[in-house]
Design a protein around this ligand. Structure first.
Ligand code: TYM
Length: 369
């Protein structure tokens, strides 16, 4: 079985993968000749999806699905670091799938799957763990945060979280990874692990890059101005894709503001900048411009801005919420999507593992030439 991949390593080259590893000879059979670049990204199934997930990740997935070879997954193994109740796991996974589709992801165009349906991922994770060092893992800010916030549960899965993430990406030999700003450091580590593997065993993995449509990756802050919007913290200052209109209105009206600027064109505090960012992402351009000019002229009335933002946000989320609810109730459909997604994802994953095993020397059944 052959797969052809265009992978930008130090120099772009075309090579083939067969069941027993890499082979630079021209292939005789192609199962897929993808000119499209490979994209991977995932979302943990730890709670309800929010605006940060939507604007930081899902919106980009939807834009990328036409032009790239996309693999998007629910990171259910990653969610196990916090020991979720087994009774909730399936519903959490199904909801993430439903919310992705309701946001515009088309499972016919992308592989949409659960991480735990791809056994090649933990195998690659094991291999990459040999390329990862305790010191560097302990320095990762998200790990240090967890040590601070959950000192009773600093498990090895948390420490090696970036390694599992690297395995998720490298298993498809992806080159682009659409993620929010909070994941940039993890991507840097994935590149380091890929580079170390390549140095030790020969060029095999491309070094995946963060993908963004605009110059900067997006970070949506919590509405109380404390940190980023997140699935588990500041739930009253986080807008979820499942929030009803009234909840959205209430949360936005309570968003943190200040007394307003005292001089023209003043620099915005980050919590005000966040409200303007949300306005820019969900309201009409002329609405955004009007409030922006009011701010610059020191005429801003935050009450009016919030009312407008609340209405525009409610109108934006309503169709996603309603569609997700319908989909979530259709378990047969979600199961079918996950199954088909896993089949698509395992094709590349098994070729990668076969190639990696061979390079490492785990190749006991090919007779010596
Ligand atoms: P997770 O589940 O925390 O978030 C999923 C995606 O949403 C983005 N995001 C945000 N973007 C902007 N502002 C925010 N407030 C905000 N909150 C979340 C995240 O950047 C992410 O893109 N480790 C990952 C899941 C993962 C993964 C991967 C991602 C596992 N393996 C491989 C990419 C590739 C995570 O916890 O995302």
């Amino acid at each position: 079985m052959f797969q052809v991949c265009r992978i930008p390593l130090k120099r772009t080259r075309l090579f083939c993968i067969n069941a027993s590893g890499r082979d630079n000879k021209p292939p005789t059979h192609y199962i897929c000749t993808m000119n499209k670049e490979i994209v991977v990204s995932g979302i943990r199934s730890t709670g309800y999806l929010h605006l940060g997930n939507y604007f930081g990740a899902i919106q980009n997935y939807v834009k990328m699905q036409e032009d790239y070879n996309c693999y998007f997954f629910v990171a259910d193994y990653h969610s196990l670091t916090t020991h979720p109740d087994p009774k909730d796991l399936k519903a959490n996974v199904f909801r993430v799938v439903a919310e992705n589709i309701a946001s515009g992801l088309d499972p016919e165009k992308v592989a949409l799957y659960a991480q735990s349906d791809i056994p090649e991922i933990p195998e690659l994770y094991l291999m990459l763990n040999m390329m990862a060092y305790k010191g560097e893992l302990e320095k990762v800010p998200t790990f240090k945060d967890k040590v601070r916030t959950q000192p009773d549960n600093v498990n090895a899965g948390l420490l090696t979280y970036p390694v599992l993430m690297a395995a998720d990406i490298l298993i498809q030999r992806a080159v682009k990874v659409p993620v929010g700003k909070d994941q940039e450091q993890h991507l840097e580590m994935a590149r380091n692990f890929a580079e170390r593997f390549n140095k030790r065993y020969g060029d095999f993995f491309p070094e995946p890059q963060v993908f963004r449509f605009n110059k900067d990756t997006v970070k949506i802050m919590s509405l109380d101005g404390v940190g980023k919007m997140s699935k588990s913290e500041n739930v009253n200052a986080t807008i979820f894709l499942s929030d009803d209109d009234d909840t959205i209105r209430k949360k936005i009206m309570k968003a943190k503001t200040d007394a307003g600027p005292t001089e023209p064109n003043a620099v915005m505090p980050d919590f005000i900048q966040n409200l303007f960012l949300l306005l820019q992402l969900t309201s009409k351009p002329e609405t955004y411009e009007t409030f922006r000019n009011n701010y610059n002229d020191c005429n801003i009335r935050y009450g009016d801005l919030k009312k407008q933002l609340a209405e525009d946000m409610a109108a934006f989320i309503r169709p996603i919420r309603e569609r997700a609810k319908e989909l979530q109730n259709d378990e047969t459909l979600i199961r079918k999507i996950l199954k088909e997604g896993a089949e698509k994802a395992r094709t590349g994953a098994s070729a990668t593992i076969a190639g990696a095993r061979k390079l490492i020397g785990i190749d006991y059944y090919t007779p010596n030439p």
